[in-house]
Design a protein around this ligand. Structure first.
Ligand code: ATP
Ligand code: MG
Length: 440
């Protein structure tokens, strides 16, 4: 198969923080590539380099000539746009070769297939700013498809989609005649939608690991690879131990004849430490303590016959429940069914139409926001984590901002970055840090 996009020896770093170096790979025409990796590993950055909207520090990327490439960013661009009708938004970027009168018909048909104006779906003359997170995503995807891409680059398209939305996207991709690269953290989606998986991760030599096949095949091959790395580490460890003993026990080791062996031992040790640090890069995680303020009251929130309508559509009615300390309630529902609205009502930010919400006295409610609109994108990470920029007060104790940042897996060097430059997952970590700090 001819290659539709390739890159050679790419390197990219921000300051002293290197995302990848010496990254070479090719995307074959017709392939369905899943791009995975931990938060902040550089998936979005690599996709932007593929799309040509960002330049690598070193290396090259090449796209087969005549390729129509469409890039769907992690955060849809409607966020800042003027509120406009769904149909208008879909039309904006539709296929340039369509005639004006075809455009409207095409756009309507595509929106219909995406579920707009059908059943419970939003109407096409509804404005974009009133769409739920999942429907906005559907609109963004539809808009990308309207451009009839040969190569579609999608950054986390399944975020915010409900199960039906994910199935819709899967069906759409299974019929696709275009090549695509999709970033996702959804293992089931990856299994069904991809025939090749590439993981970006510093633990691999060359910064990535690729395998043909779905996600499960990828996991098998990765396990094999990891086992090999482990046994390689063990045998290097043994050799290193023998070399060190030899150096210690042999005064003649200083002699000229032995120089080569000493040098070899040196490079062996540095190989080993690189391998060890790659092998241990897998184990980073945040330990978060959500234990709250130790309140003893039993009923934190009592929901009594609560109902809410939007326009003439009833979102929910007759809701009865009690939240007590330690309750962990999962909320499921279709996109647009009113989950976010329900949370706002629960938090007392929106009044219910009927019924009552009773909060325990002194209750602090913190909402973790789907759209992350609470983060000021221009603010530095330092200020976003800590209003004074120096010391975070947590449970009555002062913690230096650098150690606080480390708890949430940030590198102290990132403190002066603008929040807007952080990856999606990193921004979510800022919100979690603030949630923890506010001691809900
Ligand atoms: N302009 C920039 N200046 C400095 N650092 C940046 C800039 N853009 C991105 N970064 C950093 O580069 C790293 C990779 O970001 P990227 O958005 O590519 O990650 P990602 O793999 O897509 O993560 P996620 O899964 O969270 O979306 C992050 O640590 C981010 O903070
Ligand atoms: Mg990303």
């Amino acid at each position: 198969m001819p290659v539709i996009l390739s890159c050679r020896e790419l390197a990219k770093s921000y300051g002293t923080h290197s995302l990848f170096e010496d990254l070479s790979l090719g995307i074959e025409e017709g392939s369905r590539v899943g791009l995975i990796g931990p938060n902040g590993s550089g998936k979005s950055t690599l996709l932007r380099i593929f799309a040509g909207s960002e330049q690598p520090d070193e290396g090259e990327r090449a796209v087969a000539s005549g390729t129509r490439m469409v890039y769907l960013p992690q955060r849809d661009e409607f966020a800042q746009a003027e509120p406009e009708a769904v149909i208008v938004a879909a039309l904006v970027e539709s296929h340039p070769q369509w005639e004006d009168h075809q455009r409207d018909t095409h756009a309507r048909a595509m929106l219909g297939r995406a579920g707009f104006g059908e059943g419970d779906g939003p109407a096409i003359d509804q404005t974009v700013d009133t769409l739920s997170g999942g429907w906005r995503k559907r609109l963004a995807i539809t808009r990308a498809l309207a451009q009839e891409p040969d190569l579609l680059l999608m950054d986390e398209p399944t975020n915010h989609l409900d199960l039906e939305g994910i199935w819709w996207l899967e069906a759409l991709l299974s019929d696709a005649r275009f090549t695509y690269v999709v970033v996702s953290h959804d293992r089931f989606f990856l299994e069904r939608a991809c025939d090749r998986v590439i993981e970006l991760n510093r633990m691999y030599p060359g910064g990535h690991f690729a395998a043909s096949g779905g996600y499960s095949t990828f996991l098998e091959k990765r396990a094999e690879f990891a086992a090999n790395q482990k046994s390689r580490q063990e045998s290097l460890d043994n050799r290193a131990r023998r070399e060190i003993e030899w150096l210690r026990s042999n005064p003649a080791a200083q002699m000229k004849k032995s120089r080569a062996r000493i040098k070899d031992a040196g490079s062996l040790l540095s190989d080993l430490s690189a391998l060890k640090s790659r092998n241990s890069a897998q184990d980073r995680r945040v330990d978060i303590d959500f234990s709250g303020t130790g309140r003893r009251t039993n009923d934190l929130v009592v929901v009594d016959g609560v109902g809410k309508k939007l326009g003439d559509r009833a979102l929910f009615s007759g809701v009865e429940m009690t939240l007590s300390p330690g309750t962990r309630l999962g909320l499921l529902g279709l996109n647009g069914s009113g989950k976010t609205t329900f949370l706002k009502v629960l938090a007392g930010q929106l009044p219910p139409d009927v019924g009552r919400i009773k909060h325990a006295t002194g209750l602090k409610v913190v909402i973790f926001d789907q759209k992350r609109e609470q983060l000021d994108q221009k603010q530095t990470l330092r200020l976003a984590l800590c209003p004074t920029g120096q010391t975070v007060v947590y449970r009555g104790r002062g913690i230096h901002i650098a150690s606080w940042a480390k708890r949430f897996l940030f590198d102290p060097q990132q403190l002066d970055l603008e929040v807007g430059k952080l990856s999606g997952g990193e921004q979510a970590r800022v919100l979690i840090a603030n949630l923890v700090r506010r001691d809900a």
